[in-house]
Design a protein around this ligand. Structure first.
Ligand code: FAD
Ligand code: FO1
Length: 453
């Protein structure tokens, strides 16, 4: 029952007799991966081998070398773990809409399975692949606890409207245990991989590992699903209890720090929710954490799935567009070009500190992300420019960037998406405003500035 609601069929073709190919894209792990488990189940039913493929794109949404290294180290772990289960992983360089149909044809696959991702670029690949294939193509949502295509058929207005739907079904979707991959009983012929014309596209770690010149230091986080599981357990044992008190203080390690793992699919949100529910942390903290992990996170996927303009002014609600249009001509107290933002050289030491936190660690504190994006709206010539600057910086420097959570967070801050109108003021119109003094009332601003200066 639940399995069916997680599956989206790109065509009505029944699965054929050949092997199953799982195109691993967003969910880059073997533990708690419902898409991979589904692909294996289908392969076992048909007494066929299972082949896993990942398409490596050197220019994915302007990602930098450090972000690729984090992802590739995780994938190397996946390769080794799959090998122990008698399953091969091919990491091929190139565009999925060219590689996948060719691979399916070469291996005469009976079924193609992939995971779910609402980003335009991925939806675009899948639509091209669908048109080129005569083979059954199924997508399994292994990212959301309640599958995005099932929980809602439209863009939700706010967290309130999605929360209502989630609350009605959540218990059905958080099981006692999550199904796991087993040792695969049907071995691929070696020739499969050795004779593959794609070998010329095979990724070679020693040659292809992108070097990083960004100057960022991400040694605070170890890549891969084993490290991810460890970090999650540590947070559930030691951090979650104080989540509701500390998470909004940028001077405290009050957040889980798990977003890079979630972004690269090295950790499943379902597993975190299961462990969080079982923990004996305070009810208030568990509730606050699950609100972010489930409602806010799944709201971001809903936004990107049903609003193709998720990263532009066009994607805002009409009330937000009209108030921002009304205030287009307002005089900005400060007006900066991209390099001033990028180099953290604005007049505001708090904004510069947040930018520097991101530049040096690849992860800005969650509370500061709101202040950071809203100030970009205040200090650029138009909301369009504000969106472009915020997305460029977020995607370039955040380890968890290039993600629906980022596009939704930026659209919330600059365009009032999922929010409501507040008091009217220059430039912002009725978009919710944040200022330095407000931050001072919430946390020790001087300590934060000192930490990152
Ligand atoms: P925790 O507080 O420990 O939360 C646990 C998990 O819940 C997070 O890992 C995340 O998956 C989810 N979550 C928490 N807050 C939110 C939220 N507001 N919206 C959606 N999901 C949430 N998140 C990203 O993953 N990538 C981004 O690029 C990104 N950019 C953002 C930009 C702006 C302007 C804003 C306002 C928010 C952005 N967020 C982004 C959302 C949020 O700030 C981060 O998910 C969070 O700070 C990550 O740290 P954590 O894992 O320690 O969070
Ligand atoms: N997805 C791919 O299918 N191929 C890639 O080469 C790839 C690179 C990449 C680099 C940085 C990054 O943050 C994400 C990257 N992703 C890649 C996608 C990622 O796994 C997510 O699916 C999306 O960013 C959406 O969450």
């Amino acid at each position: 029952m639940i399995d069916q609601e997680r599956i989206h069929r790109y065509n009505n073709t029944p699965p054929g007799p050949g092997p199953v190919i799982y195109w691993m894209q967003r969910d880059q792990r073997i533990m708690d991966n419902r898409a991979l488990v589904y692909a294996q189940k289908k392969a076992i039913e048909k007494r066929q081998p299972l082949l896993v493929v990942f398409c490596l794109l050197p220019e994915f949404l302007d990602a930098t070398g450090l972000q690729f290294q984090f992802m590739l180290k995780g994938l190397n772990e996946v390769l080794a773990s799959l090998g122990k289960k008698n399953i091969s992983l091919l990491i091929l360089k190139g565009e999925p809409d060219q590689i996948i149909p060719e691979l399916v044809r070469r291996h005469d696959a009976g079924l193609l399975v992939s995971d779910f991702n609402p980003l335009r670029i991925v939806q675009g690949w899948k639509n091209v692949i669908m048109k080129q294939l005569n083979t059954a193509f199924h997508e399994v949502d292994a990212h959301n606890i309640i599958p995005a295509r099932f929980i809602s058929k439209k863009a939700e207005f706010s967290a309130f409207t999605l929360r209502r739907k989630i609350e009605k079904t959540l218990d059905t979707f958080i099981p006692e245990e999550i199904p796991q991959l087993v040792n695969h009983p049907f071995t691929q012929q070696k020739a499969w991989i050795e004779n593959d014309a794609f070998l010329s596209l095979l990724y070679k770690p020693e040659k292809d590992f992108p070097s990083s010149q960004s100057g960022q230091n991400i040694s605070w986080i170890k890549p891969g699903e084993i490290a991810a599981m460890g970090a999650m357990k540590q947070f559930i044992c030691q951090g979650i209890d104080e989540y509701s008190i500390l998470r909004n203080d940028p001077n405290e390690p009050g957040q889980s720090g798990l977003s890079p793992y979630l972004h690269f699919g090295q950790l499943s949100a379902e597993r975190i929710a299961l462990e969080a529910k079982k923990s004996d942390a305070s009810t208030g903290s568990k509730k606050a954490f699950l609100e972010e992990l489930i409602v806010r996170r799944e709201l971001a996927d809903n936004f990107c799935l049903y609003n193709p303009a998720y990263d532009s002014f066009e994607g805002f609600h009409s009330w937000a567009k009209s108030t921002l249009n009304k205030h287009r001509g307002d005089i900005r107290e400060f007006l900066y070009e991209l390099p001033v933002f990028e180099l953290a050289k604005t007049h505001d030491p708090l904004w510069n500190a947040a930018q520097k936190e991101m530049l040096s660690t690849g992860k800005m504190h969650g509370f500061m992300r709101m202040y950071w994006a809203k100030k970009i709206l205040g200090w650029t010539a138009s909301p369009e420019e504000a969106m472009a600057v915020a997305i460029y910086l977020n995607d370039k420097y955040e380890l968890d960037g290039r993600d629906p959570n980022g596009y939704a967070g930026i659209a919330w801050s600059i365009g009032g998406v999922h929010d409501r109108p507040w008091g009217e003021r220059p430039v912002f119109g009725t978009i919710r405003y944040m200022n330095f003094q407000g931050c001072r009332r919430k946390f020790n601003v001087d300590k934060y500035i000192q930490a990152w200066t």
